[in-house]
Write a protein that binds this ligand. Structure first.
Ligand code: NAP
Length: 320
């Protein structure tokens, strides 16, 4: 059976997810249906999702070994440069769909099989490295701000834990949309870099000079009370992750008295990915890239994400 280079979860390790990562040979993708194609991956990017997978969140033992990776940009069978939309219809999954690396093998490999309908042409002006950052973290941030957060009706936005992939995306996009953006980070160096993106950077929990119309939450328990306190009347607190704990204490009085909306969201639609790509190309918004790591050093990329030092996206260069 022909094989290819890949990075995959071979077991789960909640305490030390890096120990569950294996880099080695896996079988070439076999498209499960006629309308699937195989994409040559040129660039991919890491998400916190990949660490969750190594911890065993969202996967079962029966699904191992599972090639990791949600994001990819590469070349389709006709030679076109494409961005891969990572959400795939999945009968039997309670959500009705799954993200690559959950039921279907992911993108940290030489090649990945996806439905042809999931291929989006690479817009002019974006590189494959840029594009590999967009389909998960940036798409999530785009939907959090637009469809869910209705940011057009807000003057100010708060982004929690602003060093992360989703969070840096939300900062860059909200600044490009002309909003006043506040962003928290635990790290002074990251706060400086957030300020350079055009946001007002503050320490976690700091009182803001104004209440905001939209809060972007991916941190969870560590920041949720601050999100509630910083929200203006009728504000939307949009939640797409809970890196620091998913069971925060919530003051219900604040929710009804201020008429707040708490909205959950996950990824985005293909239409939203088209909108995001067009916005980035037209407005010259480029993803915040922490580092580009050769695929041959994929373990180092995982260690960097796990270490919490990242500012923006860690990209894998599959040509190296
Ligand atoms: N639902 C979806 O569609 C979707 C899509 C993408 C991501 N997510 C989820 O969103 C979350 C973020 O993903 P990501 O890929 O952006 O992760 P990431 O790049 O690893 O960033 C996580 C950020 O969370 C902050 N953080 C972590 N622990 C914290 C703590 N104890 N207190 C305060 N802040 C803390 C850090 O910010 P500072 O260091 O700046 O403080 C860190 O930069 C994950 O839980 C992921 O599963 C969901």
């Amino acid at each position: 059976m022909p094989t290819m280079r890949a990075a995959f979860a071979s077991r789960f390790d909640d305490a030390d997810p890096l120990a569950a990562l294996t880099v080695g040979e896996r079988p070439e993708p076999t498209p499960p249906a006629d309308d699937w194609v195989t994409v040559e991956v040129r660039a991919s990017s890491l998400n916190h999702h990949d660490l969750w997978s190594l911890r065993g969140v969202g996967l079962t033992e029966a699904q191992l070994p599972m090639i990791l990776g949600c994001d990819a940009a590469g070349v389709d069978p006709e030679g076109n440069e494409v961005v891969v939309y990572p959400v795939v219809a999945t009968p039997g999954d309670p959500r009705g769909s799954s993200i690559l690396s959950e039921h279907f093998p992911g993108t940290f490999a030489e090649r990945v099989a996806v439905p042809r309908a999931n291929l989006v042409p690479l817009p002019e002006g974006l590189t494959l490295t840029d594009a590999a950052c967009l389909p998960t973290a940036w798409l999530t941030a785009w939907r959090m701000l637009t469809t869910k957060g209705r940011v057009d009706d807000a003057d100010a936005v708060l982004v929690q834990g602003a060093g992360g992939g989703v969070a840096t995306a939300a900062v860059a996009l909200a600044v490009a949309m002309g909003k006043r953006v506040y962003a928290t980070s635990r790290d002074a160096g990251k706060r400086e870099r957030i300020a350079a993106l055009g946001a007002t950077a503050v320490e976690p929990g700091a009182r803001l000079p104004e209440r905001v119309g939209v809060v972007i939450e991916t941190v969870g328990a560590a920041t949720f009370d601050h999100s509630l306190k910083s929200a203006a009347p009728m504000a939307r607190i949009v939640v797409s992750g809970a890196t620091a704990g998913h069971e925060p204490k919530i003051n219900l009085r604040r929710i009804f008295a201020m008429q707040l909306e708490i909205l959950g969201t996950s990824m985005g639609t293909p239409g939203e990915l088209y909108e995001l790509l067009a916005f980035c190309a037209d407005r010259q918004v480029r993803p915040v890239v922490d580092s580009v790591v050769p695929f041959s050093k994929v373990e180092e990329a995982f260690a960097r994400l796990h270490g919490g030092e990242v500012f923006g996206k860690v990209v894998l260069d599959h040509t190296a």
